[in-house]
Design a protein around this ligand. Sequence first.
Ligand code: ADP
Ligand code: MG
Length: 548
Amino acid sequence: MANMNQGGYQPILILPEGTLRSKGKDAQANNIAAAKAVAETVKTTLGPKGMDKMLVDSLGDITITNDGVTILEEMQIEHPAAKMMVEVAKAQNEAVGDGTTTAVVFAGELLKRAGELLEQDIHPIMITKGFKLAKLKALDVLEKYGTDVGISDEKQLQQIANTAMTGKSAERASDYLSDLAVRAIKRVATVGDGSIVDTDNIKVEKKHGGSISDTMLIDGILIDKEVVHSGMPKAIKNAKISLLDAALEVKELEGDAKISIDSPEKMQAFLNEEDRMLRKMVDSIVKSGATVVLCQKGIDDMVQHLLAKKGVLAARRVKKSDMDKLAMATGAKVVSSIEELSSSDLGTAGNVEERKVGTDRMIFVEKCRQPKAVTILIRGGTEHVVDEVERALEDAVKDVAAALELGKLVPGGGASEIEVSRALRKYADSFSGREQLAIQAFADAIEVIPRVLAENAGLDPIDKLALLRSEHDKGKKSYGLNVFSGRVVDMLREGVVEPLKIKLQAIKSATEAAEMILRIDDIIAASSDSGRGMPSGMPPGGGMPEMM
Ligand code: ADP
Ligand code: MG
């Protein structure tokens, strides 16, 4: 409700009853507090010594993770500014697939510093202007700071994968898994001037049971389905593969349609016709020369039986996403009309075989025509372990791909952040007044990363920051904090390295979100009756949101 009392007249209502509104400093303070609360939530998970969170959804399903974007997505955040922070994590995740906590923590810190400047009556526009300048400078500094890495630098690529996984539950087998991640990447990379890696070519399947070290790289596509009939062969060499997205069944009658059968002859004719249709399907499959049939829909018992007799291996209800991957890998066309199936629609693979994985059976489509098709089969004691290994491996694969994309890596453990911070302080000196303050605030804010890494490892953040700064002053640019030994050492030598792209992206997404939040000075929220709802913790007068 807008309440504009004009000189004692009746207040003019321009918004519906129940609308909550907060303006100016209140709105800013409120948004900043909400954003800070989000950053605070994920802060403790940053770095290898970060803690995990246990998330329980409304159905009671549990996720245990320290992955920033997973945590925020599961939290069902309502406050609009807090939601923008979740967007930071999502943007980061989409662009690189890692560095989500870093981006959110940095955005929170930027806003905290901005809040301090607002209190000194510096206009938000001046702050965002300074932040923008600082951002561009930071990106420039980082690009020059990165070291080269290419597809043949196997050791460095493994170190990147390893760094991505430290601190996750997959860490126990991280050497093994990094090797696997790098091998998978090498298989799918297109090497030219730089390397292009389409990580979508790496399929991930999970099956709990066994141990993490049973996780394996499969040369081809793995489908979580069994061969449909026990009389079918379990393996076929030099397979000719047909992909069908039509049912190998006679359609059931739809709706109210009825067939009336009033004599044994009609009954027999009906059965004969059904029989004939099914046989025709089998005939066209056999005629096409297919030896393997992978069907997205169902397969009738009789068709199964007939295909088995012809020595064809078949699986049914294969997922659509698997069909697409199979089409790419084997060169087969997905056919929806069985009568039109021809030999030119078939794909090829060196070996199609059903094997036991744990207690289940799965179909391996190996040595595909397109050699870039690979699958990682993740194993682990329980479903939670398998899920967390999946997230860790995903980070590893994405990080290696990101490093190859720009061909650059940077030392971790806060080394790059300290370097950026130093450069920005110097840069700030070339400005005066309010812009200078904003650039300095940015320089202070980015140090939050090494500070939190130290805090989370139970180390004294003030000592460690001082040490980091003094080493960098001496020109030891790649020195960072090793959270395991607690020492400030050369991260390149320790092998704690990350793709440059993570750092660039984290700065971009965090600064953009901070700018966007700072520009808001009026929040108008419809009443909760209307269904959209005023988020809890956003009182009209500003103040702290009740997050967490
Ligand atoms: P994010 O979601 O941002 O990727 P992580 O929890 O994965 O968060 O932590 C990443 C941070 O941990 C990076 O700043 C990285 O440099 C740091 N890190 C990784 N390994 C080490 C290590 N051994 N010592 C210190 N810092 C490390
Ligand atoms: Mg990470």
